[in-house]
Ligand binder design. Structure first.
Ligand SMILES: C[S@@+](CC[C@H](N)C(=O)[O-])C[C@H]1O[C@@H](n2cnc3c(N)ncnc32)[C@H](O)[C@@H]1O
Length: 229
């Protein structure tokens, strides 16, 4: 629980999820991801896999027939539950490796910055298999991920050495995901000091010192795949 990053067991999804919540609110400040995915969830049965503190749930659920928010962390789900109180929403606390939903029951799965937090490739494969199992025959999966380049990658030392991001994004493509959309967005924190504090807490003080303003540009890629390849 003490790792200085956002991998699966990060303290920022557990005892320090107040820090994650500030980070999450600042992320994609202009709502470009929301706008890109809205047509894909409208009037659908949706699974938000690794929904965290409900960033997208709170925006999307009203437009869906049914919205499942699944996350491994009860603490993350507790923040989401405070934000979203609606009969069409169901919270599921479990690992995405064993999704407690029926086969062929979901129209759209969205998963925003989740698969990369699971470090072992064989466990990610298990999650992909589970996603495909619960998906209806004509259903789709959308993964929101960080793309190569941009200030967010540079601050975290993932640019100009792009090997880590490239390896991960290639692994998604090897699992049948194709680029659906790409764009630049940005984080907007209340102040430079707040941004530095949040980055220091998550990635350590050296990374925090690299933050020089409250706006941080971020390159996004949305991957899509269907039930059958
Ligand atoms: C980077 S956060 C993203 C949260 C949310 N999707 C968002 O956009 O703000 C990753 C989330 O994935 C969850 N998570 C990590 N591993 C998981 C697993 N094996 N099963 C389910 N959720 C997982 C974490 O608890 C955390 O809430």
């Amino acid at each position: 629980m003490t790792k200085l990053n956002l991998s699966e067991k990060s303290k920022n999804y557990y005892e320090e999820n107040d820090i994650y919540e500030i980070f999450s609110i600042a992320e994609d400040y202009p709502n470009k991801i929301y706008k890109a995915l809205l047509p894909e969830i409208k009037n659908k049965i949706v699974l938000d896999l690794g929904c965290g503190t409900g960033k997208f749930m709170s925006k999307f659920h009203k437009d869906t027939t049914k919205y499942y928010g699944l996350d491994l962390s009860e603490q993350q789900l507790n923040i989401a539950k405070e934000k979203v109180k609606d009969d069409n929403v169901e919270f599921i606390c479990c690992s995405a490796e064993n999704i407690p939903l029926e086969d062929n029951s979901i129209d759209s799965i969205i998963s925003t910055w989740v698969l990369g937090t699971i470090l072992e490739e064989d466990r990610r494969t298990k999650v992909f298999n589970e996603m495909r199992r619960v998906l209806k025959e004509n259903g789709s999966i959308y993964l929101v991920e960080n793309d190569i380049g941009g200030e967010f990658e540079e601050i975290r030392n993932r640019y100009p050495d792009i090997s880590r991001t490239k390896k991960y994004n290639n692994s998604l493509e090897n699992n049948g995901f194709k680029c659906y959309n790409k764009f630049e967005t940005y984080f907007k924190f209340d102040s430079k000091e707040q941004a530095q504090k949040i980055f220091s807490n998550i990635w350590g003080t050296e990374i925090g010192k690299k933050v020089s303003k409250e706006i941080i540009k971020q390159n996004i890629v949305i991957y899509k795949t269907m039930k059958k390849l």
